[in-house]
Design a protein around this ligand. Structure first.
Ligand SMILES: [Cu+2]
Length: 120
């Protein structure tokens, strides 16, 4: 009896385990870099991933340290397949938060966030 319960439990848990995903997107680097302070306001926000991302189904969001959204253009659909880039408006000195969400080549949605600072 107990063995049956254990087997059922294992089967139920097994359903929740995702298949191995070698093509899962990871953020490798960005400009500005995560946690960095840049001396001059950057003109472009660029994120590089470990593989191709579906740009039309990916999102970049930027907000100030007070949580006010900074309006961004749609990430460029040209350029390298593993990059998301968008031109930035003139950023005042202060801290900014980048939130990204991408659809990986393997179909998984991956998201993350980081901050950078524009020096006064
Ligand atoms: Cu994945």
């Amino acid at each position: 009896m107990r063995r049956v319960v254990r087997a059922l439990l294992a089967a139920a848990l097994g359903l929740g385990v995702p298949a191995p995903a070698p093509a899962h997107s990871l953020l490798l680097e960005s400009t500005p870099a995560a946690g960095s302070t840049v001396a001059a306001a950057p003109s472009t926000l660029s994120l590089r991933f470990n593989n191709r991302v579906e740009k039309l189904l990916s999102r970049l969001r930027l907000s100030t340290e007070r949580g006010e959204p900074v309006r961004l253009a749609t990430p460029a659909s040209d350029g390298a397949a593993d990059r998301l880039s968008t031109p930035l408006p003139a950023l005042a000195p202060g801290a900014y938060r980048v939130e990204w969400q991408v659809l990986s080549a393997d179909g998984h949605v991956v998201s993350g966030r980081f901050t950078f600072r524009v020096a006064p």
